[in-house]
Design a protein around this ligand. Structure first.
Ligand code: ADP
Ligand code: MG
Length: 616
């Protein structure tokens, strides 16, 4: 056996395998170099999904000829001194990108250093230097990569379609553009310019505008700004109201010291902060920036530098959870504007149908594992759900009086006085109830439609959680204990958690292998059907199985109880009751969405309604 040193070309190709795994990595490395070079404008041109051509032009500092020669050598960098490996302030620092690219493609760099009269070009073809000559370029640097992976054909086979590679390039550029609003970006694919972002400032509104260009217009309407600091770790950015969410996390943009990252810790913290404001499997839209001393974070975990390691992960997590929670709580009743906008759109196109507006139809689209019928109002006519309006705790209890008269017109409730006052409030003054479930309210400049069941369910849910934090929930003993038959598994699940259920006011014991006996129920449930409640809880626990954490279980049980304790659709409310509900929504954190992340109300701006009638 003979041990020998590998050829530099071979070493470069091995390194290239790590740094450059698809065309989007070339785009990432070249844009990062341009940012590090202080560019104000960066133009990217690609052809053939970045395989045939990737070109990046910048107006940064450029390079003098001797640096240009060194730049394509391995481990040569202007950015890192050996003693600085723990204090990295630039995006690049490994000195690996250019030689790696040069070893597997045809690379040409044309550059002119600032304040210099001459420009130069260097060409390296699959690891072999071809030319070094004077050239013509105005200022800054142009890097051109052609025939990517032509030296490593095996890699070519692993690439996805041109379209998919293009999407990845687009995503890479967007993430970098989001972190650098002061730099202008453009992307041209083939003959078409697909994105153009003008340079802006770092002022919050400019920042949000840039982010909106990337995430989408609806984000700008529904974004909450957040900012915080702890122990030298700064957090800022924007998060969506819970009602604006997606089925995956592709719209979560996370940055550490201006570097786009995909980090489990950050994703987990976001998940934790939104907690029960979102059902399982739904993800908020987010652009979040964490800035800290370079020494407090290790970005040298992986060549692509998308993973990081924090020195104090606990503090970072806490900062994110606390920051998000506080803005989300302040947003209280706010639901996404997109509901109203979509409704207006549909109205304008004349395509609105009852089923499209029926929020319960959305149940069909619940993520797998979500039990659909628990929040579905039981539309059994009358009687069945005389759900104890008189038993509601707090302000609703005080103001909800049983009225059996239809109250579709509020004329009888001296509304004129209250309308004037209430319409200055966020959710306005109730004017009518339609289809026994929708409260129509008016504010100074809009009309609001509330889904009374969904809204009340959320209010009860938040109340249950609040009383849990302050101890246990009040319960009342049943004169005659109720025996509920279940299957043996369900009995096991429920008995396992009997202690927690007792805290929620539901006291029960095992009764043989296939039944439990219920002795006390939460007071707020009033005359609700105990058997059905216990069956729903058992079914929910069975669905959750043992995979979920205890707190997820608890939240799920609170949700079931809230559903049983809330006003059903089909119940007629008088003006006082409706207004009381609106006021409670305004006070309750998270009341803008129901327990399934759907909005509890939509707002139609008068301005838009007038447009529908061609008044504007
Ligand atoms: P790194 O970015 O890790 O330093 P690279 O291989 O990406 O390594 O680049 C090597 C060097 O080339 C950089 O340190 C920088 O000095 C120079 N360079 C690369 N791209 C540019 C550019 N667009 N403008 C000015 N200098 C550049
Ligand atoms: Mg670099």
């Amino acid at each position: 056996m003979v041990i020998r040193q590998l050829e530099p070309q071979t070493i470069n190709r091995i390194a290239a395998g790590e740094v450059i795994d698809r065309p989007a990595s070339v785009v990432k490395e070249l844009i990062e170099n341009a940012i590090d070079a202080g560019a104000r404008n960066i133009e990217v041109v690609t052809r053939g999904g970045g395989i045939a051509l990737t070109q990046v032009n910048d107006d940064g500092v450029g390079m003098i000829p001797s640096d240009l020669e060194l730049a394509v050598e391995r481990h040569t960098t202007s950015k890192l001194r050996d003693e600085e490996l723990l204090d990295i302030r630039t995006l690049g620092f490994r000195g690996e990108a250019l030689p790696s690219i040069a070893s597997i493609a045809r690379l040409s760099i044309t550059t002119r250093a600032r304040n210099s009269a001459e420009s130069f070009e260097i060409v390296v073809d699959r690891g072999v230097r071809q030319a070094f000559r004077p050239a013509a370029v105005n200022s800054g640097t142009r890097v051109e990569v052609r025939e990517l992976f032509s030296a490593t054909p095996a890699r070519l086979k692993f690439l996805k379609s041109e379209r998919v590679e293009h999407l990845a390039i687009n995503d890479t550029l967007k993430r970098l553009a989001m972190a650098h609003p002061e730099i202008g970006f453009s992307l041209t694919t083939g003959e078409r310019r697909s994105l153009k972002l003008a340079p802006a400032t770092r002022k919050p509104q400019d920042f949000l505008y840039r982010i909106g260009r990337i995430i989408g217009r609806e984000f700008v309407d529904d974004a909450l700004a957040l900012e915080g600091e702890r122990d030298g770790i700064y957090l800022h950015g924007f998060c969506s109201l819970p009602t604006l969410n997606r089925a995956d996390s592709t719209m979560q943009f996370l940055f550490v010291n201006g570097r786009p990252v995909r980090d489990k810790l950050l994703v987990g913290a976001i998940r934790g902060a939104y907690g029960d404001l979102l059902p399982r499997g739904r993800f908020p839209l987010i652009a979040l920036f964490v800035d800290l001393e370079p020494g407090a974070v290790d970005v040298n975990v992986h060549p692509a530098k998308t993973e990081v390691r924090f020195r104090s992960p606990g503090i970072v997590r806490h900062l994110i959870v606390a920051g998000l929670r506080s803005v989300l709580n302040n947003a209280c009743y706010r639901a996404s504007a997109s509901g109203g906008i979509t409704a207006i759109d549909k109205l304008a196109r004349g395509s609105i149908t009852k089923s499209k507006l029926d929020p319960y139809k959305a149940v069909d689209r619940l993520p797998a594992g979500q039990k659909p019928n628990q929040s579905r109002p039981n539309l059994v006519p009358g009687g069945m759900f005389r759900a104890s309006i008189d038993k509601f705790p707090g302000s609703i209890q005080a103001s909800f009086n049983e009225v059996d008269q239809p109250s579709a017109y509020t004329g009888s409730c001296d509304h004129d006085v209250r309308v004037d006052k209430a319409q200055n409030l966020p959710l306005g003054a109730a004017r009518a109830q339609i289809h026994e479930n929708y409260i129509v309210a008016q504010t100074e400049d809009s009309m609001i439609i509330v889904d009374q069941h969904a809204a009340h369910e959320r209010i009860i849910y938040e109340r249950i959680k609040a009383s849990l934090t302050n101890g246990a929930i009040a319960s009342q003993g049943l004169l005659i204990p109720v025996v509920v038959t279940l299957d043996a598994h369900e009995v096991d699940f429920i008995i396992d958690l009997a202690n927690y259920l007792a805290k929620l006011g539901l006291v029960l014991e095992r009764f043989g292998t296939e039944a439990v006996v219920v002795r006390e129920v939460p007071t707020l449930l009033g005359r609700s059907d105990v058997t059905e409640l216990v069956r729903d809880i058992a079914a929910e626990l069975r669905l959750l199985g043992t995979r979920e954490t205890l707190s997820a279980n608890l939240n799920a049980m609170c949700a079931v109880i809230a559903c049983h304790g809330s006003i059903r659709s089909g119940r007629r409310l008088c003006a006082q009751e409706m207004n009381a509900l609106l006021r409670d929504m305004e006070k309750t954190p998270g009341s803008g969405q129901c327990n399934h992340g759907r909005p509890t109300y939509i707002e139609l701006k008068l301005h838009d309604i007038e447009k529908l009638f061609a008044r504007r």
